[in-house]
Design a protein around this ligand. Structure first.
Ligand SMILES: *Cc1c(COP(=O)(O)O)cnc(C)c1O
Length: 385
């Protein structure tokens, strides 16, 4: 029996139209976008610049403010380390959240070994940042704040516009890890006050191994020191031959998104609500983790007190779900995001993440509801606490 894929926060399937757009760039159009002397190079460069315009249009920036990276992990590294290196004379204090992705948390940890002082702000039990706490954390020597737009485990949306306003007022550079929001929410970097923003293609039906970093050119002009060196590609910030097929795929994913996002969100949120209702009907004590109001359409994260998430996952091989982020699950540590909501370890170990996406159907949801409910009956006679 084929598996129903409900792990769209870990990665999304490649859209077939994205794949079609990419194909020629693997085969007959194989040129190096930096080759200046022949049409192979020129057509590759043109394709890269068209994709750059698509990414820029998706977030409301100028094309020249976009550089291509291998994904959001690299974009986060370039943003955080690049700002840290460039602005360290002005201060060495950075503010972030204790619910960030490892691709921000681990960079901060690395920077703290280099003498940077990191404040990890707590969130409330819904997962949302308290703006007063954010403003209170600002110091004379604060150079950067990094806050994710949408959380990869619980799908909650942070108040980015308000955070951006505070950063502007205090003259602090504002980085946003938008790996889970690009393609899911409308984004305009100027309206949201964002100075740096990380994008990942494989979270919105593009290929793995490509992403982008937006960095602001004006008001203020953000300056980054490169963290690796080579041919000086991408304004000297990200050296390395450009992966043209992947970049074309990222651009195509952005173009498709512009056409379908609103309608798709509506459809996905209906599927998500059907999933929730179906599970709740037989498991009234199942609890939702994180705010339901401030959440993207495709995410549901629930705990089932008294049950163990790994036992549930093993008992429902026909559906692909997860107990947390793809990165934390490999270490079997309890999710730092769920702990940050004030949940106990037992509650965390009873939690499941369902991620619904473009290619899920109502039939998928029926299968998932049936699987989870019959599993709960078996595991259960469950002593709900
Ligand atoms: C997936 C993800 C990343 C990492 O992106 P890659 O492109 O896989 O490196 C970073 N941050 C968040 C919030 C993510 O969901």
């Amino acid at each position: 029996m084929p598996q129903v894929y409900l792990d769209n926060q870990a990665t999304t399937p490649l859209d077939p139209d994205v794949f079609s757009a990419m194909k020629p760039w693997f085969t007959e159009k194989f040129g190096n976008a930096s080759s200046r002397n022949h049409t192979f190079g020129w057509e590759a460069e043109e394709a890269v610049e068209i994709a750059r315009e698509s990414v820029a249009a998706t977030i409301g920036s100028l094309p020249k403010e976009i550089i291509f990276t291998s994904g959001a992990t690299e974009a986060n590294n370039i943003a955080l380390q690049g700002v840290a290196k460039n602005y360290q004379k002005q201060g060495k204090h950075i503010i972030t959240l204790n619910t960030e992705h490892k691709a921000v948390m681990d960079v901060c940890q690395h920077l703290s070994k280099d003498g940077f002082d990191i404040t990890y702000l707590p969130v409330d039990k819904e997962g949302i940042l308290d703006l007063n706490k954010f403003e209170d954390a600002m110091r004379e020597d604060t150079i950067l704040a990094s806050v994710m737009h949408v959380n990869n485990e619980i799908g909650i949306i942070q108040p980015i516009e308000e955070i951006g306003e505070i950063c502007k007022k205090k003259n602090i550079i504002f980085h946003v890890d938008a790996a889970q929001s690009v393609g899911k929410l409308p984004i305009k970097v100027d309206e949201l006050g964002i100075d740096l923003l990380s994008v990942s293609a494989h979270k919105f039906y593009g290929p793995k191994g490509v992403g982008a970093l937006y960095f602001r050119r004006k008001n203020p002009r953000v300056q980054l020191k490169p963290i690796m060196f080579g041919g000086g590609h991408e304004r000297g910030i990200r050296s390395g031959t450009l992966p043209v097929p992947n970049i074309v795929g990222l651009g195509k994913a952005c173009d498709i998104n512009a056409d379908v996002m609103i309608e798709e969100n509506l459809r996905i949120s209906q599927l998500r609500d059907a999933l929730l209702q179906g599970i709740r009907a037989e498991n009234p004590n199942g609890r939702i983790n994180g705010s339901m109001e401030q959440r993207v359409a495709g995410n549901l994260n629930m705990s089932f007190p008294g049950a163990n998430n790994e036992a549930i996952i093993a008992a429902v091989p026909e559906i692909a779900i997860s107990s947390g982020s793809a990165c934390t699950t490999s270490t079997m540590e309890p999710s730092h995001v769920l702990l940050a909501l004030g949940m106990s370890k037992n509650e965390v170990y009873s939690s499941l993440r369902f991620g619904i996406g473009r290619f899920n159907t109502a039939e998928d949801i029926n299968i998932a509801v049936e699987s989870i409910n019959s599993c709960m009956k078996k595991i259960g006679k469950m002593s709900y606490v």
